[in-house]
Design a protein. Structure first.
Length: 98
C-alpha cells in the first residue's frame, strides 16, 4: 500500500467521523439528517475510490465501482437539499421525489 492509496481512506474515515459527530448533536434535526445523507455519500465515494486503488481482480473492482457510483449519484441531490436547508429556502415540490 502506497501513500496515494491512503488519501481516500483517510478522507473516508475523517468524513464518517465528522458526519457522526454532527448527527449526535441533535438526532431529530432535519438539517443533521440531511447532512448525514451527504456525509455518507462522500464516505461511500471515498471508500469506493480507496478499494478501486487496491483491488487486483476485475469482479471486486466492478463491485466497488458500482458502490462508488451510488455515492456519486447521491452527492449532488444531498448537497442541493443541504444547501436549501442552510439558506432557509422552501423545498420545491419535486424534492421529496429525488
Amino acid at each position: 500500500m502506497n501513500f496515494y492509496e491512503l488519501i481516500p481512506l483517510t478522507a473516508a474515515v475523517t468524513n464518517l467521523a465528522l458526519t457522526l459527530f454532527v448527527l449526535t448533536r441533535d438526532l431529530r434535526s432535519t438539517l443533521n439528517r440531511v447532512y448525514l445523507l451527504w456525509g455518507i455519500s462522500i464516505t461511500v465515494w471515498n471508500l469506493g475510490t480507496f478499494f478501486l486503488f487496491s483491488m487486483g481482480d476485475e469482479p471486486s473492482a466492478r463491485m466497488w465501482s458500482t458502490l462508488l457510483h451510488y455515492g456519486v449519484i447521491f452527492l449532488p441531490i444531498s448537497l442541493f437539499h443541504l444547501s436549501l436547508l442552510i439558506a432557509q429556502i422552501r423545498l420545491p415540490r419535486w424534492m421529496p421525489v429525488l
